[in-house]
Design a protein around this ligand. Structure first.
Ligand code: F6P
Length: 738
C-alpha cells in the first residue's frame, strides 16, 4: 500500500507540475494576444478621434466635439477630449465623472507630444487608456483619450485557469485508477503467486514459474529463486540418498560423498580442470544469446565433479558469443558452483592446434581405424604454442593457490603437464587421456613422439580408460625415451620425478533426473509409431562406425524382412570438426547411406532410419534413450564411449538392450551388452535380431546387471579414484628439465 501511495504521489506531482507549467504558458500567450489586440484597436480608434478633432481645431470650430464623441463612442469604448492644459473639454458619459486618475497620462502625452497608454480603473472598471496629443504645426494643443473596456482580460485568464484545474483533476483521477489496476494485476497478484510458487519450490516440488509473471520484471527473480530452490533440493536429495545408502549399508559413490572425500584428502586445495572443449558455449541467434552444451563425453563426465567440488575450469572459448558473455563466468549460470575461465585462440591457432595436430594427427594416430594421420610441422608449432598459452593461463589462475590440483584432459594437452610442473612443482598434476593409446610401433610414426611423452610425463599421474592402454603407454615410454619404467608399481621414473600410470575407467552420473513417462507415451510424443525403436547418438566421426552400423541395419532388414515397418532406428547425429575434409566426406557418406537404406526398404508412413542431424540437448537425448528398445554403439575404436553408459543409466525400467562394439573401453565393463564386431555386418545384424527376440526375463536381468554396474562405477567413483591416486602420491617430486 505504501508503495502504491508513493507511486501515486510521484505521478500526481509530475502531473501537477507539467499541467500547471503548460497552463501558465497558455495563459501568458493568450493574454499577450488579447492585449496586443486591445492595443491595436485602441491605437486605431485614437488615431481616428485625433484626426477628427484636429480638423475641428483647424477650422476653428470647437463645437463639433460632441459629434466626435457620438460618432466614435460606444458602450465598450469611451472618448475624452482635452485642451492644452489637460482639462476636459468633452467626454463620454461612461467616464466623464471619473477622469481624475487619467490626468497624469494626459499631461504626459501633451508634454512629450507623443501617444501614451496604460491600464487604469475608470468608473469602477479596468480599461485600457490610450492618449494621443492633438497637434497643430507639430505642437500639442490638446489630447484625445480612448478608453477600451479590459474587464474581459481577467475573466478570460480566470476561465483558462479553471479549465486547467478541471483537466488536472480528471487526469489525476484517471492516473490513480489505471495505476491501481496495473499495480494490482502486474505486481501484487504475480508477487503473491511467486510467493506461493517459492513456497512450493521450498517443499521440493520442481514447478515452473507462474506464467502470468512478466519475464522482464520477474525473470531475474524467478531465475534466482529457481537456482536457490535447485540447490536446496539437490542438498536435500543428496542428504536423503546418503541416509538411504547408510541404512541399506551400501557404499555407493555420490556427489556428496565425493565432495567430502575431496575435502578430507585435499582440504582447501583448489581444483583446476583444463580441457579444450568448454562445458558451456554461448551462441547468438538474432538478438538472443543462448547457452549450448557440447556433444562431448568429456563434458558429460567432468561437469558433475565440478558441480560437486567447485573450482576453475580452463577451456577454449569457442562459442560465437563467448566474448560477449565474458572471459570468466560462473556456471551453471542460474546457480554458479564453479568458474569457467576462457582462453581465446586465433583462427590460425585453432586450425593448427585443434583441427591440425590434435585431430588430424593425434586422433587418427591413437584410434586404430585405418585413417592415416597427418603430421605437419606448422600444426606442431601451433600445438606447442597453444599448450603454452593454456599453461600460462592456468598458472595465472593458480597464482594465489597453494599446492593446487590440476586435472588436465585429453590429447589436446600432452605438453601442458610438463610446462605447469616446471613452474609449480607444488601442484599435483593429473593428465587423463580420453582416447586409446596405440602400441609403440603405431605411435612411433609420430615425428614428435619424444616431446609428447616428455610433456605427458610432467604429470604426477596419467590415467587411461583401460589397463591395455596403460600397458601400451608404458611400453611406448620404455622404447622411446630415457627413463626407467617400473612395471611393479606401474610408474615411470625420470631423475627425481615419478609418474604413476593408472587405468581409471570413466563413467557417467547416476540418472536421478525426474522420472519419464513410459516408452509407448514417449514414442508417441517423438512420432515413432512402430513396435520397436532403436537409438544411436553420435558425433559424426569416422571412429564411431556409422556407415558400418547402417550396413548392419540394411542387412538386418534384408535377412529378416518380417521386421520391415515394425522397427524404426533413430540416429541422432551432431556434426563435428567439419572444417576437416575427412569429416565432411563422412557426413556426405552417412547421409547417402541413410538415403539409400530408406529408399531400399521405406514404405508409406515408415522409414527404417530417422536421421536427426542437429544438436540435441541432454534432456532431449534422455527421452530418446528411454523411448528406445535398444541402443547401438558400433565404434571402430573408442577409449570408453559414454553413450553406452548413459543409455544404460537411463533404463530405469530395465527394458532396454545395448549392442556394443568390442573395440570400445566400455565393452570391458559392460559384459551383459550384446558385444559385437562392428566390421562384421552379419554379427551386428544378428545382434539386432537377438535383442528383439530375446526372452523378456533374460533381457531384463541383463539390463538390471548393466545398470547396477554403471550405478556402482559412476563418475563420482571415477573422480574419487583419481583423487585418491593423486593423494597417495608422496610429496610432489622435482621435474628433470629437458
Ligand atoms: O573422446 C575424446 C573427446 O575429446 C571426448 O572427450 C569428446 O567426447 C570428443 O572427443 C569431443 O570432441 P570435440 O571436442 O573435438 O568435439
Amino acid at each position: 500500500m505504501r508503495f502504491l501511495i508513493r507511486l501515486l504521489g510521484a505521478l500526481w506531482l509530475a502531473t501537477l507540475l507539467v499541467s500547471a507549467g503548460f497552463a501558465w504558458y497558455e495563459v501568458h500567450a493568450e493574454q499577450t494576444r488579447l492585449i496586443d489586440d486591445l492595443h491595436r484597436r485602441a491605437a486605431l480608434a485614437a488615431d481616428a478621434v485625433r484626426e477628427a478633432c484636429e480638423r475641428l481645431v483647424a477650422r476653428g470650430s470647437r463645437t463639433g466635439y460632441e459629434r466626435v464623441l457620438s460618432r466614435f463612442g460606444r458602450q465598450d469604448r469611451a472618448i475624452a477630449i482635452y485642451d492644452a492644459f489637460g482639462s476636459v473639454i468633452e467626454a463620454s458619459p461612461e467616464v466623464k465623472r471619473s477622469l481624475g486618475p487619467v490626468s497624469p497620462l494626459v499631461g504626459e502625452a501633451i508634454q512629450k507630444n507623443q501617444p501614451v497608454r496604460a491600464f487604469a480603473t475608470v468608473n469602477g472598471r479596468t480599461r485600457l487608456v490610450h492618449v494621443v496629443p492633438l497637434q497643430q504645426d507639430d505642437n500639442a494643443i490638446g489630447a484625445a483619450a480612448v478608453f477600451l473596456d479590459a474587464e474581459y482580460l481577467e475573466a478570460s485568464e480566470w476561465d483558462l485557469w479553471q479549465r486547467t484545474a478541471v483537466r488536472i483533476g480528471v487526469l489525476m483521477l484517471l492516473l490513480t485508477g489505471i495505476t491501481w489496476i496495473i499495480v494490482r494485476w502486474s505486481v501484487t497478484r504475480p508477487m503473491a503467486r511467486i510467493a506461493e510458487w517459492t513456497k512450493q519450490l521450498k517443499s521440493g516440488q520442481p514447478l515452473a514459474p507462474p506464467p502470468e509473471a512478466d519475464v522482464s520484471l520477474f525473470g531475474p527473480l524467478a531465475t534466482e529463486v529457481t537456482g536457490l530452490a535447485r540447490t536446496l533440493n539437490r542438498a536435500r536429495l543428496a542428504a536423503a540418498e546418503e541416509a538411504r545408502l547408510r541404512l541399506v549399508g551400501e557404499s555407493l559413490w555420490t556427489e556428496e560423498r565425493l565432495k567430502q572425500f575431496v575435502e578430507i584428502r585435499f582440504g582447501e586445495r583448489p581444483i583446476y580442470v583444463v580441457s579444450n572443449r568448454e562445458p558451456v558455449s554461448h551462441v547468438q541467434e538474432g538478438r538472443t544469446i543462448s547457452e549450448l552444451r557440447p556433444a562431448s563425453g568429456l563434458v558429460t563426465a567432468l561437469e558433475p565433479i565440478m558441480l560437486a567440488c567447485g573450482g576453475t575450469w580452463v577451456a577454449h572459448g569457442s562459442g560465437g558469443a563467448d566474448r560477449v558473455v565474458g572471459e570468466r563466468i560462473g556456471l551453471p549460470s542460474d546457480d554458479p558452483a564453479y568458474t569457467l575461465r576462457r582462453v581465446w585462440l586465433t583462427e590460425q591457432e585453432e586450425a593448427g592446434y585443434y583441427y591440425g595436430f590434435a585431430n588430424e594427427g593425434l586422433w587418427p594416430l591413437c584410434h586404430i581405424v585405418h585413417e592415416r594421420p597427418q603430421f605437419r610441422a606448422d600444426d606442431w608449432e601451433y600445438y606447442r604454442a597453444v599448450n603454452g598459452r593454456f599453461a600460462a593461463t592456468l598458472l595465472e589462475e593458480m597464482e594465489k593457490a597453494e599446492s593446487p590440483i590440476v586435472l588436465a584432459q585429453d590429447y589436446h594437452f600432452a605438453l601442458l603437464p610438463q610446462l605447469v610442473k616446471q613452474s609449480r612443482p607444488d601442484a599435483r598434476v593429473a593428465l587423463f587421456w580420453h582416447i586409446p593409446w596405440p602400441n609403440f610401433e603405431a605411435f612411433g610414426i609420430c615425428p614428435w613422439q619424444e616431446e609428447i611423452l616428455l610433456g605427458m610425463l610432467g604429470a604426477d599421474l596419467i590415467g587411461f580408460h583401460t589397463q591395455y592402454h596403460c600397458n601400451n603407454f608404458l611400453e611406448t615410454v620404455e622404447r622411446t625415451i630415457e627413463g626407467r619404467v617400473d612395471w611393479e608399481s606401474f610408474t615411470v621414473v625420470r631423475g627425481q620425478h615419478r609418474t604413476w600410470v593408472r587405468p581409471l575407467p570413466i563413467s557417467v552420473a547416476p540418472d536421478d533426473a525426474e522420472p519419464l513417462p513410459d516408452r509407448a507415451a514417449l514414442r508417441a510424443e517423438l512420432g515413432v509409431t512402430t513396435e520397436w525403436m532403436g537409438i544411436g547418438v553420435e558425433r559424426v566421426d569416422y571412429t564411431k562406425g556409422l556407415p558400418e552400423r547402417i550396413r548392419a541395419l540394411h542387412r538386418f532388414f534384408e535377412r529378416w524382412p518380417e521386421y520391415r515397418g515394425r522397427v524404426t532406428f533413430v540416429q541422432i547425429a551432431s556434426l563435428s570438426r567439419s572444417r576437416i575434409p575427412r569429416y565432411r566426406a563422412l557426413q556426405d557418406e552417412v547421409r547417402e547411406a541413410v538415403r539409400a537404406i530408406n529408399e531400399a526398404f521405406g514404405e508409406r508412413g515408415w522409414l527404417p532410419i530417422v536421421y536427426r542431424e542437429r544438436h540435441h540437448d541432454h534432456s532431449e537425448i534422455r527421452r530418446f534413450y528411454r523411448a528406445a528398445d535398444f541402443c547401438m554403439v558400433t565404434s571402430l575404436h573408442d577409449g570408453m564411449n559414454l553413450v553406452a553408459k548413459e543409455y544404460v543409466a537411463s533404463q530405469s525400467d530395465d527394458e532396454g538392450s545395448l549392442i556394443l562394439s568390442r573395440f570400445t573401453g566400455a565393452s570391458r565393463e559392460l559384459r551383459d551388452a550384446w558385444v559385437v564386431n562392428p566390421y562384421d555386418v552379419e554379427d551386428v545384424a544378428g545382434a539386432i535380431h537377438d535383442v528383439l527376440t530375446i526372452d523378456e526375463d533374460e533381457r531384463r536381468s541383463r539390463m538390471r546387471r548393466l545398470r547396477a554396474h554403471v550405478r556402482e562405477h559412476n563418475i563420482y567413483g571415477w573422480a574419487g579414484l583419481l583423487v585418491s591416486e593423486l593423494a597417495h602420491i608422496p610429496q610432489p617430486t622435482t621435474l628433470q628439465r629437458g
